[in-house]
Design a protein around this ligand. Structure first.
Ligand code: ADP
Length: 257
């Protein structure tokens, strides 16, 4: 936030440095079920962010003392690869990564029927391969899809998007330079079916009125993401179904021959 601005981040026509309008999200690409060895997985590109999420479980919990008598324990690790940022990052987990692991877990937990699997673990790994601002939100989007891909019963997909204030204007989905050079950044995670916010953080300063506007912008961003997540799930399962039908047709043909 305190970093001195070199160039203008938004021009006089309200066009941002990456060509977006104030209310535009970065281009989002989502893929579900891309890791063969995990129970569920997903990949997201949001602008220059590239993030993988993998899920194992529900499975036997180790160490045993972490078992919860009434529900599954959701365990989450958000991690940035050493090559994910310009200056090599230490692979050891930082305080920031511990914090993000915690807030992501808390944002996802309300979406999962953890009570169906007492005394088990659901392990979630988020690996940031390339970071450009908003990785907690993008990581959450991939993580929620990976949980769904693992077949874990859920109330809804959790969708996340940040909004904030840059050079006096309210903007959606800040990139790294906007996050660092702007006045405020507010990551929001949201479940549309229950209309509930499961993560709300803020870095910077906003007036009460701006706070409400930025929160609403963030929620609208989450709703857009939710549509894309649903499409990504649908396309994976449509492809899988098509594959099954083809196989069935082939074996029917073989039987006849
Ligand atoms: P988020 O990625 O959710 O916005 P932050 O606001 O903490 O989380 O970080 C903003 C951005 O700062 C990250 O997305 C990343 O591009 C950059 N960043 C974070 N940690 C480091 C680091 N150790 N070295 C260089 N850049 C970093």
């Amino acid at each position: 936030m305190s970093q001195k601005k070199q160039e203008k981040l938004i021009d006089e026509n309200d066009v941002r440095s990456d060509g977006r309008n104030l209310n535009d999200m970065r281009p989002v690409k989502l893929e579900v079920g891309i890791l063969g060895n995990a129970d569920g997985s997903a990949y997201i590109e949001q602008g220059k962010n590239k993030i993988l999420a993998a899920v194992y479980g529900p499975r036997e919990i180790h160490p045993k003392h972490q078992a919860l008598p009434d529900r599954a324990a959701l365990r989450c690790r958000y991690h940035m690869a050493p090559f994910s940022v310009q200056e090599r990052k230490s692979p050891a987990p930082s305080r920031r990564e511990h914090e993000l692991s915690k807030v992501i877990r808390e944002a996802l937990e309300p979406s999962i029927f953890t009570e169906y699997y007492p005394r088990t673990a659901i392990d979630l790994f988020i690996e940031v391969l390339q970071a450009d601002g908003g990785t907690r939100c993008a990581g959450l989007n991939a993580a929620s899809l990976a949980l769904a891909d693992a077949g874990i019963p859920m109330r809804d997909l959790v969708s996340a998007c940040a909004a904030g204030k840059v050079e006096g204007r309210l903007v959606l989905d800040l990139n790294d330079s906007e996050d660092k050079g702007g006045e405020a950044d507010m990551p929001v995670a949201y479940m549309p079916t229950t209309n509930s916010v499961t993560l709300l953080q803020m870095d910077g300063i906003l007036t009460a009125e701006e706070f409400e506007q930025v929160l609403n912008m963030g929620i609208e961003g989450c709703k857009q993401i939710n549509q894309l997540q649903r499409e990504a799930l649908r396309s994976k399962y449509t492809l899988a179904k098509e594959g099954e039908t083809e196989k069935e047709e082939e074996s029917e043909k073989e039987d006849k021959e």
